[in-house]
Design a protein. Sequence first.
Length: 304
Amino acid sequence: MKFNNEAYKEVMKCLVGDIFYTNNLSITSRISIIRRYSEIILRKLIDIPETEYMTIGGKNIKRYKESINDDLLTNAIDIIHKYGDDNTHTEQILNPTDKDLNIVLDAMFNLYAYLFIDFFTKNPFGSDSRIVVAFSILPPILRFKVLNNLFEKNKNNQLIIDKLVLAILKSYSKEKAYEWLDTNKELLLSLDVATDTARHDLINRFGLDIAEIVFANEPNNMYELCVERISNVSELIDKNGLLYSTFEESKHYYELKGFVSGITDEINRFNSIMEFCYLGRRKERTDYPELYKYITSDVKVING
């Protein structure tokens, strides 16, 4: 990898601090800083080192957008480019609102999301269960953005579906999660909980009799599994509250469980992306560390 997290450690700490932790900064200044920060995210995404010139409106970004052709990425870049220019150049005299700031922040989160979308496009979601567990530490809204994009590209991946429905629940509400189930009910009813690979592997390892016992105790299809997951997890949230919703609240868990051990290219790249996302973030520990188990418990989808 050409991009070096360490080279941007201090500047990202300053930028994150100005965007999120400085109380008296104007919206115009925050948007301008978000543009600069987003350029660093794009450097990470495209793997451009600090020694190479790059701007969000430059030719290398335009070429990358055209080669990827993904609306989430393209729209995010276009929004940050437009608002960043409007609130930086002096020929524009604007008075941006909180709504404008939220639009730009959401676009920046879409860039964060695309770091993981790009990773899971090259390394299929679920190929390493440890990476799935570490990914589940990220803020729910970021997980939703990633998983929703992956689902639209591959609607038959049971593990993506299992994680997506929980991300909807934690990012929005139980009602939104059930609404998503109803929209995709026909598909979910047609999908088995276990992948074909998992079935064959279990049969080969333990024999048909044991495999039948295991699968007999599982829901009949992904729809039933998702209903069960929403019910169980929403009950925990109603009782104890949401464990975390921001990078700051989740950083404690990232430091505990967010690093995947190993030296493969896949693991190294994932760890580098996770480290990058938490650079400059302050740590705010929540009051419910015992609930960590329901965030990172073994996924109920039997995935081969």
